[in-house]
Design a protein around this ligand. Structure first.
Ligand code: SGN
Ligand code: CA
Length: 528
């Protein structure tokens, strides 16, 4: 994409104007308004679209995140390139699919010497910060200031690493990340526009709510997804996956404590970690709490755990109890993220920087909230392939608008660079989303998405490698090491229960999708 003449002039004026800006604290609005926009990329971890009321108000009310949609644009068809944490983050930073940015699964280490959008922003005059979850194993590059969680991070009194030094913090993780984000805004170099990446840990497993949110949803019985008791017929990879809610750990996931259960009775979703270790792991997390936090925790869970123990549930009843506890804990974690996003938006508003700040809200991927009987992500099925995307920027985006085009997280880096009037490097594979709100009917947009998941056979949850293509209507998934294709007609089967790959009526469609899949692999230079 070419930088426009206007943009070039704009940047040079701003560079030339830095000294001018610094001595113009009493300048009229006009000068301040002409500054390049600030940017905040807000991300949570494992946040399913249906746990945001702007997308679907069945489960939860999220006024903070909805504010971004109400005052900006909601992307109804937003997807990831590889539905797992570290790879998704690498995709967003580089604007490239996993095979080109080198981070295919959570075991890989991010090569911080490559081109990323924060580096390009920093080198063209932005003050860049990173707060919260990072999870890329190598030290962050391209940031003036960073304060990150250690690896996955902890919910209570977590360790943070601030510019290389480990510091312990007291409090709940979502509050702390927001406190540090606000602090870093206060301390920033105010002569420059800023870009902040603000990354929550919640609502990642093991869904430990803040003590203030424990009593939410007390009398709510959450609706059970239609596909909860899936038999995985015709879907071998789904059958083999080790991520059923009924496989969760009673301790780690379900919050039972020693004495409240006889033994860990489930597989836990890894098939690898011995139960003894899990019990110790769960205990270590509880041991991080202060006496006050622990008391509040026990006051809530212990009586409810006792009721559960006495019921002695089995089979479907046990599965449904586990589902209710899982969803309730998960949503409480979302409530805390949402409250903190509202707090950050309020801070920006009070300081009159909200409207000159592009706010992007997303997650590293979607998540299963009981669909197919699952938690976790990884598959190219809709619930984990989709991710929330909401953008607020009143100077360009009409309040309350929606976009139905197929967008993907490879697009974030090009979009951010475009908005900051910086050249988008040719090596980036995504597209700027800007034409989607500038023209109602953009002349050219993609009509298919490419997806590729790699973390197998090591790692968690036993999900086989696969890649695939998704159009508006169809999805073809290639579990290439299993030599199995799956084909779905999303119009007639949105829950993806009916694999049409061997259906004689669909062979023409399958053949043409196979050709399209080969083409899109070539287009993105995929190497296996
Ligand atoms: C942890 C979780 C897994 C999860 C991975 C990856 N187990 O290992 O369930 O799939 O993270 O998640 S846990 O018991 O340790 O919580 S990711 O979001 O980082 O990709
Ligand atoms: Ca994640």
């Amino acid at each position: 994409m070419k930088i426009s003449q206007y943009a070039k002039v704009f940047i040079s004026v701003e560079f030339a104007g830095l000294s001018l800006m610094s001595c113009t604290s009493n300048q009229p609005e006009k000068v301040i308004e002409s500054k390049r926009p600030n940017i905040i990329l807000m991300m949570s971890d494992d946040h399913a679209q249906k746990a945001i009321s702007a997308y679907d108000s069945t489960l939860i009310n999220t006024p903070g995140i909805d504010r971004i949609a109400n005052e900006g644009m909601l992307f109804t068809n937003s997807f990831v390139a590889n539905s797992i944490c570290a790879p998704s983050r690498a995709v967003m930073l580089t604007g490239k699919h996993s095979h080109l940015n080198g981070l295919r699964d959570n075991q890989d280490v991010f090569d911080g010497s490559q081109v990323t959008f924060p580096k390009l922003l920093q080198s063209t005059g932005y003050y860049t910060t990173l707060i919260g979850k990072w999870h890329l194993k190598s030290e962050p590059t391209g940031f003036n200031f960073w304060k990150i969680l250690n690896d996955q991070g902890e919910y209570y009194n977590p360790d943070f690493i601030e510019m290389g030094d480990t510091v312990l913090s007291n409090g709940y993780v979502s509050d702390l990340i927001t406190d540090y984000a606000i602090q870093s805004l206060k301390n920033r170099d105010k002569s420059k526009p800023f870009c902040m990446i603000y990354n929550h840990k919640a609502p990642h497993r093991s869904w430990m709510p803040d003590t203030t949110d424990l009593y939410l949803f007390e009398d709510v019985e959450f609706p059970v997804p239609e596909t909860f008791f899936d038999d995985y017929k015709g879907r071998k990879a789904a059958e083999l996956a080790d991520m059923r809610i009924t496989d969760m750990y009673l301790t780690w996931d379900m919050k039972l404590q020693p004495g409240e259960y006889e033994k860990e009775s489930t597989r836990g979703g890894s098939g690898q970690t011995p139960f003894k270790e899990v019990e110790e792991y769960a205990k270590a997390w509880l041991d991080r709490m202060s006496p006050e936090q622990r008391k509040a925790w026990d006051d809530y869970y212990k009586p409810r755990n006792n009721v559960f123990t006495e019921l002695n549930l089995t089979g479907k009843e046990l599965a449904l109890w586990m589902y209710q506890r899982y969803i309730s804990d998960y949503l409480k974690c979302v409530v805390s993220v949402d409250r903190n996003i509202n707090r950050l938006l309020d801070y920006l508003e009070e300081n009159q920087i909200l409207d000159n700040t592009i706010i992007i809200y997303t997650s590293d991927q979607g998540f299963y909230l009981g669909e197919h009987g699952w938690y976790d992500k990884r598959f190219m099925y809709e619930e984990s392939f989709r991710t929330p995307l909401l953008i607020r920027y009143p100077k360009e985006i009409k309040a309350g608008s929606t976009c139905d085009n197929l967008v993907q997280n490879i697009d974030y880096a090009p979009t951010i660079l475009d908005l900051a009037n910086i050249n988008i490097p040719d090596e980036m594979q995504g597209k700027s989303l800007r034409p989607l709100w500038q023209n109602n009917e953009p002349a050219q947009w993609r009509n298919a998405l490419y997806y590729h998941y790699y973390e197998y056979p090591y790692g968690w949850h036993n999900v086989n490698k696969h890649d695939g293509i998704r159009t508006d209507r169809y999805k073809l998934i290639d579990f290439y090491e299993m030599e199995i294709f799956e084909l779905y007609d999303l119009r007639t089967d949105p829950n993806e229960m009916n694999n049409l790959s061997d259906d004689p009526d669909y062979q023409t469609i399958k053949d043409s999708l196979k050709i399209e899949l080969d083409k899109i692999r070539d287009y993105y230079n995929v190497v296996f």
